[in-house]
Ligand binder design. Sequence first.
Ligand SMILES: *[C@@H]1O[C@H](CO)[C@@H](O)[C@H](O)[C@H]1NC(C)=O
Ligand SMILES: *[C@@H]1O[C@H](CO)[C@@H](O)[C@H](O)[C@H]1NC(C)=O
Ligand SMILES: *[C@@H]1O[C@H](CO)[C@@H](O)[C@H](O)[C@H]1NC(C)=O
Ligand SMILES: *[C@@H]1O[C@H](CO)[C@@H](O)[C@H](O)[C@H]1NC(C)=O
Length: 274
Amino acid sequence: MKVFASIVVSSLLGLAKLANSISTNVLPSPVWQAGEYTIHETCNASQTFQLRRGLYDMMLLAEHAKAHILEHGNSSEIYVKYFGAAPSNEPAGWYDRVINANRSDVLFRCDDPDQNCATQDGWGGHWRGSNATQETVICPLSFQLRRYLEGICSFGYTVAGSPTNFYWGSDLLHRVFHVPRISLGLVEHYTESYEEVLALAIEDPSLSIIDSDALQYFALEVFSYIVFPGEGCPGEAPVPTPAPAPSSTASAAPSQTSSASDSCHTHADGFVHC
Ligand SMILES: *[C@@H]1O[C@H](CO)[C@@H](O)[C@H](O)[C@H]1NC(C)=O
Ligand SMILES: *[C@@H]1O[C@H](CO)[C@@H](O)[C@H](O)[C@H]1NC(C)=O
Ligand SMILES: *[C@@H]1O[C@H](CO)[C@@H](O)[C@H](O)[C@H]1NC(C)=O
Ligand SMILES: *[C@@H]1O[C@H](CO)[C@@H](O)[C@H](O)[C@H]1NC(C)=O
């Protein structure tokens, strides 16, 4: 019996060894290494340096957002705030695409091929849309305005009260969500203000998980709690108003949060820029 038992044990060990050798030596690794996002030669050395730093910040936001979702799912208050009752696989998947999807033809450039930097007041950059669907132009203004994540919760920034393009990381998250190679053409703009993001999570969470702004706000809020545990800088979350009165609010002074939406516009052809 003892002999039999030891045969069983050794063959089990043999199996384990075999399984180990299969996974490490025989089969190719299922994880392919996504390369860096490509920065065009029209960006000079300093711009390239800044964009690389910004893209690193974008990855950092996406990594923490994905990890938070995988760890806490919908038991996270932050999750429910931005994605309501939606299943958590999809937003985690979007962040994963930012980090790991094949981006070989995704391009950031610093020239102004469509003349939008030169002609559109206040543009920090734009997706090239039908002119070059995997390409993003970064205008000179971005290099003046965007901040790095080391400054999270600083300079008066709060998640609820500041525009999502305050930081390079979230601005670039927004920009890659326009690029079909990353977003599959599914992530879109469904909201125009922080209040609308919160309301959408209650009314139609199936849209929240493909709303570019909800995905940005969630990542920023999660990161703010990474840097300031137990505290973050969520800011004052206004009570969601599911049915905003059409005209009565028009005369009200614009709130600080509206600057987030003012910096983004959707055109009739679906082309969105900030
Ligand atoms: C790089 O580009 C920036 C922004 O356009 C410009 O201010 C700077 O002078 C350029 N640097 C060099 C060394 O060309
Ligand atoms: C959380 O997700 C589980 C499935 O994983 C689901 O059964 C539950 O209803 C969800 N809760 C909320 C509050 O959405
Ligand atoms: C990535 O996508 C390109 C086409 O966009 C394709 O040629 C390439 O084989 C894909 N895979 C890798 C590992 O680059
Ligand atoms: C595409 O190029 C045309 C011609 O240069 C230009 O008028 C148009 O604004 C460009 N589209 C975008 C989305 O920039």
